[in-house]
Unconditional design. Structure first.
Length: 212
């Protein structure tokens, strides 16, 4: 006796559209970030010049300390930024949970909003979210993570330690032997370095402005 014919059954599972990353905006951001880092690192001063023991002396007054800090900040701005970054990185690596939370938050901003294709709606748990709802959710999550958990205090303490190290070095490092480039004003300080770094995020900022 022949077995009964088996009818084909198709699995009609509803597939939800997944957010796709905007590769053009993402590549533009990475390109500008890489270019900004290269330009900034090209301004790095020799580390031996930074730690030259013969150039350290106690400042005569508070005014002298502030003057030294301003001059050293203008000259060693990239080195100082690297020191602050190392202090921040060490603090995060010593607290893996906080590092994981920050990486997750950064990934959420990048893949759920900044570099998500505008023609791909965000669908989570069977519900679609508009760009404004997504932005509001990410802002609220960021505020909660930074200001209502230990992550915020960790970042604040690490930045405080880094800035304190920079100010201490700048106050005791005699800047008389330092010569700034003629094109770079002495009062530029860290502002020019921040300006170069800010240029790297212009692509992401334009995406935010276009979505709001």
């Amino acid at each position: 006796m022949s077995s009964p014919a088996t009818l084909p059954v198709t699995n009609q599972q509803a597939t939800q559209p997944q957010p796709q990353i905007n590769t053009h905006a993402f590549r533009t951001f990475l390109s500008r970030l890489s270019s900004s880092l290269r330009d900034s690192l090209s301004q790095r001063r020799p580390w031996m010049e930074l730690v030259d023991r013969s150039s350290f002396a106690r400042p005569d007054s508070l005014t002298d300390s502030i003057s030294r800090i301003r001059k050293n900040l203008a000259y060693f701005k990239v080195n100082y930024a690297a020191i602050v970054s190392l202090v921040l990185a060490f603090s995060l690596l010593s607290h893996p949970f906080s590092l994981l939370v920050l990486l997750s938050l950064l990934g959420g901003w990048m893949f759920l909003y900044l570099f998500r294709s505008s023609d791909q709606p965000l669908v989570l748990f069977g519900r679609g979210f508009s760009d404004r709802e997504t932005l509001l959710g990410l802002v609220v999550t960021t505020v909660v993570v930074v200001f209502m958990t230990s992550v915020g205090s960790l970042l604040t303490s690490a930045l405080t330690v880094g800035v304190a190290v920079v100010c201490l070095h700048g106050a005791f490092r005699v800047p008389d032997d330092l010569f700034l480039d003629e094109q770079e004003p002495a009062n530029a300080g860290l502002l020019s370095f921040i300006g170069n770094s800010a240029a790297a995020t212009s692509a992401a900022a334009s995406v935010v402005a276009g979505r709001v």
